[in-house]
Design a protein around this ligand. Structure first.
Ligand SMILES: Nc1ncnc2c1ncn2[C@@H]1O[C@H](COP(=O)(O)OP(=O)(O)OP(=O)(O)O)[C@@H](O)[C@H]1O
Ligand SMILES: [Mg+2]
Length: 321
């Protein structure tokens, strides 16, 4: 069963009175209690896709079509006041930079107490006990001492854990984790991922995991959507993606990671992701694609169902050229 559905989302930015498309026909389904990863190179639109769920978008954003359905509500139609009832409560965000969601002027206790006040009718003493026990759950050592710390006194991994504690206290149903571990060393990365996995397994939280790190998604995610230039170019279960990638971009991403090449040569993907300012004809990946043929230069392929994958590539079109 889906808990969140993005349907045909199209949006772009107005820059100097011109409209630049950024997300093109995004369809995305988050199943209840599952981890759905979004992967893709820098600039492919991962963060903007997730920010659109909570309507935390730049002022110059124009949504041209689409729906984001959560509990039969189209989040895109909510005004600022109404969407605030969902942010951090129903749907929590662990952002790329944890400082953007922690207030540098408040102690850890103050930040967490604010969440408790919204959700529980308990005394301040009980709130403190609840906060301390939640900090223990997210593996913060000496939680009593940490309560009086300000965010800048904590390490990156600790800040991420405080944000996860906020989500736990707020009883979030969905966590959007935007590169939650990029700035952390590998051992702390693993701890944060285990914590997210625990939330999924014990609290039935559904998670959108955004990352560049294919090793991470292979280990933790249930499904994967691969993004390129503001489009989802492939979607399938994690096992399917790694066992039998269909889109040349997905294949290239996997071939660029040492551990998946089975001692074959690592092949970097040449060239860059196009920017929103580039006008592209045909498939946006065609200039970098090993399998490019004539139609790729002129026609952007539609999504096709291939085995258990959804793929946007002419290799799988039944068109007669
Ligand atoms: N406020 C903005 N104004 C103009 N362009 C923007 C703005 N924010 C993002 N973009 C552009 O939108 C595109 C998608 O950006 P987004 O941040 O979603 O990428 P991303 O996939 O999250 O990348 P990364 O992996 O680097 O975080 C990029 O081309 C980016 O340059
Ligand atoms: Mg991003």
């Amino acid at each position: 069963m889906s808990i969140l559905e993005i349907k045909n989302l199209n949006l772009g930015f107005n820059i100097d009175e011109k409209f630049y498309p950024v997300l093109k026909n995004i369809n995305f389904n988050l199943k209840c209690g599952k981890i759905h990863a979004i992967v893709g190179e820098s600039g492919s639109g991962k963060t903007i896709s997730c920010m659109s769920i909570l309507k935390l978008l730049p002022d110059n954003t124009k949504i041209t079509s689409g729906q984001i359905l959560y509990k039969n509500v189209n989040l895109l139609e909510l005004n600022e006041k109404a969407i605030r009832n969902f942010r951090g409560r129903e749907i929590a965000l662990i952002p790329q930079d944890p400082m953007t969601s922690l207030n540098p002027l408040y102690t850890i206790f103050d930040q967490l107490y604010e969440v408790v006040l919204l959700h529980y009718k308990i005394s301040k003493k009980e709130a403190k006990e609840l906060i301390v026990s939640t900090l223990k759950k997210v593996n913060i050592s000496n939680p009593e001492q940490r309560l009086n710390n300000y965010p800048h006194q904590l390490s990156g991994g600790m800040k991420q854990r405080i944000i996860i504690a906020c989500a736990l206290l707020g009883k979030a149903k969905i966590i959007i984790a935007d590169e939650p571990t990029t700035a952390l060393d590998v051992t702390i990365q693993a701890q944060i991922m285990h914590l997210l996995l625990k939330l999924k397994n014990e609290n039935n939280v559904s998670i959108i995991l955004i990352t560049h790190d294919l090793a991470l998604v292979s280990q933790y995610s249930d499904e994967i959507s691969v993004m390129y230039n503001g489009q989802i170019v492939e979607h399938a279960n994690t096992g399917e993606i790694f066992y039998s990638p269909k889109h040349p971009y997905t294949k290239a991403l996997i071939e660029s990671v040492p551990s998946y090449t089975n001692n074959r040569k690592i092949e970097p993907i040449y060239g860059n992701v196009p920017s929103i300012y580039d006008e592209i004809n045909g498939c946006p990946f065609h200039l970098r694609c090993k399998y490019m043929f004539a139609p790729c230069k002129t026609i952007n392929p539609n999504l096709k169902k291939v085995d258990n994958h959804i793929v946007r590539c002419h290799l799988y079109s039944n068109l007669d050229y």
